[in-house]
Design a protein around this ligand. Sequence first.
Ligand code: GTP
Ligand code: MG
Length: 139
Amino acid sequence: AQRTLVLVKPDGVRRNLVGEVLRRIEAKGYSLVALQLRTADRELLAGHYAEHEGKPFYEPLVEFMSSGPVVAAVVEGHRAIEGFRSLAGATDPTTAAPGTIRGDLGRDWGVAVQQNLVHGSDSPESAAREIALWFPELG
Ligand code: GTP
Ligand code: MG
């Protein structure tokens, strides 16, 4: 089985959607391997978003992601990386397909576009790197 790192971002925690996101993950048949509620500091987020450093949306993204607690989860299952990306839907909540987390629950009015409820690792390399960052004890 494959592992992926999932985050319920601060907007998801604030909107009380943690249970709904975890419900969809479990209903799909994936298992939770590790779970934590935590406010990320800038150092952790700099590591997490290293690929986006220098982009115009980097600073607002880190600011938003450290604005409140997130739920971090290690999710395991057959092709879980691709599978969770499919559950999450496209990055932009307006065009994310209905049936996906972002398509069903995401909002992009009155909030910055980085508020799209969830994160999921995008490759086996990212998953290994992100799991080691958020859950060093699993390493
Ligand atoms: P994640 O699962 O969160 O990594 O989303 P993603 O893989 O669909 O998007 P990507 O890794 O390209 O970008 C990471 C996050 O940065 C996105 O989820 C958004 O929250 C934010 N982001 C990406 N592109 C933009 C942008 O053009 N403008 C702004 N403001 N935020 C962006
Ligand atoms: Mg990404």
